[in-house]
Design a protein around this ligand. Structure first.
Ligand SMILES: Nc1nc2c(c(=O)[nH]1)N[C@H]1C(S)=C(S)[C@@H](COP(=O)(O)OP(=O)(O)OC[C@H]3O[C@@H](n4cnc5c(=O)[nH]c(N)nc54)[C@H](O)[C@@H]3O)O[C@H]1N2
Ligand SMILES: Nc1nc2c(c(=O)[nH]1)N[C@H]1C(S)=C(S)[C@@H](COP(=O)(O)OP(=O)(O)OC[C@H]3O[C@@H](n4cnc5c(=O)[nH]c(N)nc54)[C@H](O)[C@@H]3O)O[C@H]1N2
Ligand SMILES: [Mo]
Length: 783
């Protein structure tokens, strides 16, 4: 029998100590093959480790030394004892509202060893924690879309399938390409990779592609897409002008707007300028976007006369006022009137991940229950620095006023804030506020190096699990390939010991071993599926066979087809039951940065406001890895030059800056500085530079990042008072030749370790100051 493992990049067959792509995958991702690259092992955490000052002097000692002083390696028994007594101290002194356990991040695939479920379940068992809402991926979309159409996850699950587009779409207009690099992954594990084959089938069927945005290498060349250069963050203005032209041509679909939407008239008075004195004409948009007015008029006519699918990348809403491009895309599609027709309408979007456009049914997967969290305080996930820096301060989110809690202890398992968060120098400041920071991760990431307590976790290929990702079409028995490295243990084993020490073991484990949990979770899933008419084998057969292929239950789909046919019988979950072009709810919030209908708002940092030599920095998802994961590996290093990240710049900008291809450059703005290696390319428009995310943060003495982590430059403000999402894509920088001190980056070495000398004071935890560590059951409970 074939044995399998799953990563976010796909399903892989285990062949001895090697991996091979799933035989039936038409377009497998190479990334997942490199999960077992021995080069990764050098960056693994091997033993529990405590920051020296914390160990010597207790919680809160010398927070400015986080990331700068050695760790002391300790036994698991000691680590569990110290951590459990610290959790008790914080809980008793400040309550569970002082524990931040949002723990944002992708961790690894596998439904049981899902780090977020594990950490949340554990923290709930001890009385709860401050959580986060939303995501970095779709911060603005999560909040705006339920007001306008429906929640993001539901919307993604009803996307028109690829086969329908190949048959019916004539014109595919995309804002931000359809990057195959991004479609390699799905959270929880891609099944068959369908974006490459989907695009190829459309190209073969003669679909015409138009790619709007700052670069043109983000769509498969087979599409032979026309590239319309459009300034970053200005897409909403272009869409508004297309809408204006539709009205001017009297080509907007009045019947669809009347039957299926609400609020068009209010929007119309903005569009024509009645409400604000500015008609949103093609000439108006040309000044903002750089797209010639005649081309906007021509494009509008092409869209009217073709079966048109409008697509958008998620990056467009990771920008200041990021709600607007998504809301405006839906509005434009509604005015074109092709929503619900085969191959027409809109998508959000094809490309960011593998799942959208899947023909598989949405079925609930096996899940580890997280229990109940009695703590009400939360933050939108990208407000982490704000929260730590401003305890007690109020903020607005989705129309409600909230207050930042006063956090004393941060517990992170399965995420890397020093990868994902903006303005790392501001995070450095915020990171000094808590008394204790725990990072539970397989690797010495920049976050782990800045922890007080770093706990080593096993990776997916070192455990057994169940792989499942909704609409990916497979349930997979994930098999262990090797023993955990060093003293690494699963998140479950670690939390089981902690729960034992906290007196909540029964609640956390329910008496089940890891294998018993797999069987239990599978059994629950199986009985739910049976009720929906999907019959899968019992656990032992599934475990023996290794794979369940759900292809037989798949079928084609047209987004909102039934809604279009009869919106009264198939209402949307909005207040009006209709698609909301004007939202009374949002208007009622009275937010200047997100009014009641889509509008053009100019971000603080964009080309429209750039001074001489300032460039708009885009920070794309990295092609050769997922975020910061596996950056120490050989595959990731292939996408770098001499160990540094590559910065793309147009030939004209390189000439104006006097820079040459291949040289080391410094990017800087008032927030920070980093190095990169320049690549001069025709695929990016003038005024824009681009570098991928994911390089492990590696600052030198002066704070300049040597490796190329763009979040040292990006700005940490929310999308708007509505959603408070991440705005990484609204960022201006300057670039110059780096002439000084080109020390090689060194991001992957573990931190320094030291022993504690006997004459130094030792902190043994709040319950047991200066006593001996009691012998907990910690060491023996792994298997
Ligand atoms: N400038 C800029 N910044 C961005 C973005 C951008 O476009 N531009 N994009 C944003 C987006 S969309 C996202 S989603 C975020 C991603 O941000 P993250 O999800 O935080 O990034 P990852 O590198 O995937 O971090 C996952 C961590 O989990 C660890 N891990 C893996 N398996 C396990 C496990 O089993 N248990 C535990 N405990 N840990 C495990 C990995 O080693 C890694 O350190 O970044 C955001 N940041
Ligand atoms: N290989 C790989 N794939 C991934 C990930 C990864 O880390 N690695 N991460 C996954 C995750 S968590 C997410 S959320 C998705 C994110 O998916 P996206 O957010 O869609 O991905 P990005 O690569 O940030 O951006 C997509 C394209 O939009 C362009 N773009 C940026 N700003 C603008 C703009 O203002 N206007 C226009 N028109 N175009 C713009 C970018 O240059 C890029 O070519 O990707 C997922 N897929
Ligand atoms: Mo994301």
């Amino acid at each position: 029998m074939t044995r399998y493992t799953v990563s976010h990049w796909g399903i892989y067959e285990i062949e001895g100590q090697q991996l091979a792509p799933l035989t039936s995958d038409p377009d497998p991702s190479p990334i997942g093959l490199h999960q077992i690259d021995p080069a990764l092992d050098r960056a693994r955490i091997r033993r529990p480790a405590i920051r020296r000052s914390w160990l010597e002097h207790g919680p809160g000692a010398c927070p400015e030394l986080r990331g700068k002083e050695p760790f002391v390696e300790v036994s698991w028994a000691k680590a569990i004892e110290l951590l459990s007594s610290e959790l008790k101290r914080v809980r008793t002194s400040y309550g569970n509202e002082a524990i931040f356990g949002g723990s944002y991040g992708w961790a690894s695939a596998g439904r049981f060893h899902h780090a977020q479920s594990q950490v949340h379940r554990f923290l709930n068992s001890i009385g709860g924690y401050v959580r986060h809402t939303g995501s970095y991926s779709l911060g603005a979309a999560h909040v705006i879309l339920p007001h306008v159409i429906c929640d993001v996850n539901t919307l993604h699950s009803i996307h028109t399938t690829w086969d329908v587009m190949a048959e019916h779409t004539e014109l595919f207009v995309t804002f931000g390409g359809v990057p195959a690099k991004n479609a390699q992954s799905s959270p929880g594990g891609a099944g068959h990779h369908r974006v490459g084959p989907g695009l190829r089938a459309m190209a073969e069927a003669g679909v015409r592609f138009l790619n709007i945005g700052p670069c043109d290498d983000n769509i498969d060349p087979v599409c032979r897409a026309e590239w319309l250069r459009c300034r970053p963050n200005s897409d909403t203005a272009l869409m508004l002008a297309l809408a204006w032209q539709l009205v001017r041509d009297d080509a907007h679909d009045r019947d669809f707007l009347d039957r299926c939407t609400t609020g068009f008239e209010r929007f119309l008075s903005y569009l024509t300028g009645t409400s604000d004195g500015i008609p949103k004409t093609p000439e108006w948009a040309e000044r903002i976007t750089g797209v010639p007015a005649e081309r906007i008029v021509a494009l509008c006519r092409e869209m009217q006369t073709s079966r048109t699918m409008l697509n958008i990348a998620w990056s467009l809403q990771r920008a200041q006022y990021g709600e607007q491009p998504f809301w405006m895309l839906i509005t434009l599609a509604a005015m074109l009137g092709q929503v619900g027709l085969p191959g027409g309408g809109f998508a959000m979007g094809y490309g960011p991940m593998n799942t959208n456009g899947s023909s598989h049914r949405k079925l609930p997967g096996p899940t580890l229950s997280q229990g109940r969290n009695p703590v009400e305080a939360y933050i939108p996930c990208a407000r982490i620095s704000d929260m730590l820096l401003n305890p007690g301060k109020t903020f607005i989110h989705d129309g409600m006023e909230r207050r930042y809690p006063d956090i004393r202890l941060v517990y992170w398992a399965g995420g890397n804030p020093y990868h994902h968060h903006q303005d790392l120098n501001r995070l450095n400041e915020a990171w000094q506020k808590p008394e204790t920071i725990v990072i539970q991760d397989p690797y010495w990431t920049a976050s782990a190096k800045r922890a007080d307590i770093a706990l080593p976790v096993s990776v997916a290929t070192e455990r057994e699990d169940i792989g499942y990702s909704s609409q990916e079409g497979f349930v997979v028995a994930m098999r262990k390939m090797r023993a955990p490295l060093g003293e690494a243990r699963s998140d479950y084993a670690i939390f089981s010991d902690l729960a034992y020490a906290m007196g909540t073991e029964d609640e956390f484990t329910e008496g089940r071993s890891e294998q018993e949990w797999l069987e239990h979770m599978y059994g629950e899933m199986r009985s739910q599926w049976l009720k929906q008419g999907v019959d899968v084998p019992e656990f032992s057969n599934f475990w023996r066979d290794g794979l369940i292929d759900l292809s037989a239950t798949a079928c084609s789909r047209i987004m909102l087809e039934k809604y279009r046919g009869d919106p009264t019988s198939h209402p949307l979950p909005t207040p009006s039951g209709l698609l909301e072009i004007f939202s009374e709810t949002i208007a009622g919030f009275g937010l200047p940065d997100c009014p009641g209908h889509p509008v053009w708002l100019e971000p603080d940092e964009c080309l429209g406001r750039a001074s001489d030599k300032e460039l708009h920095l885009l920070t794309d998802q990295p092609a050769n890895k997922l975020h910061s994961q596996m950056d120490p590996g050989r595959f990731s290093s292939k996408a770098k030059s001499r160990g540094r990240v590559i910065l793309a710049m147009s030939p004209e900008d390189a000439r104006q800056h006097g820079l040459n291809d291949g040289e080391v450059v410094e990017l800087w703005n008032e927030r920070g500085r980093c190095l990169a290696v320049l690549s001069v390319t025709d695929h990016i428009m003038n005024g824009v530079v681009r570098m991928p995310t994911g390089a492990w943060y590696d600052p030198d003495e002066s704070g300049r990042d040597r490796h190329g982590n763009p979040n040292i430059l990006t700005r940490d403000v929310g999308t708007s008072g509505l959603s408070q999402g991440c705005t990484a894509q609204s960022c201006l920088v300057r670039v110059r030749r780096a002439e000084d001190d080109l020390i090689e980056p060194n991001p992957f070495d573990p931190p320094e370790f030291s022993d504690l000398s006997d004459d130094e004071p030792h902190y043994f935890g709040a319950d047991d100051r200066h006593g001996n560590i009691p012998d907990s059951a910690a060491q023996t409970r792994d298997s």
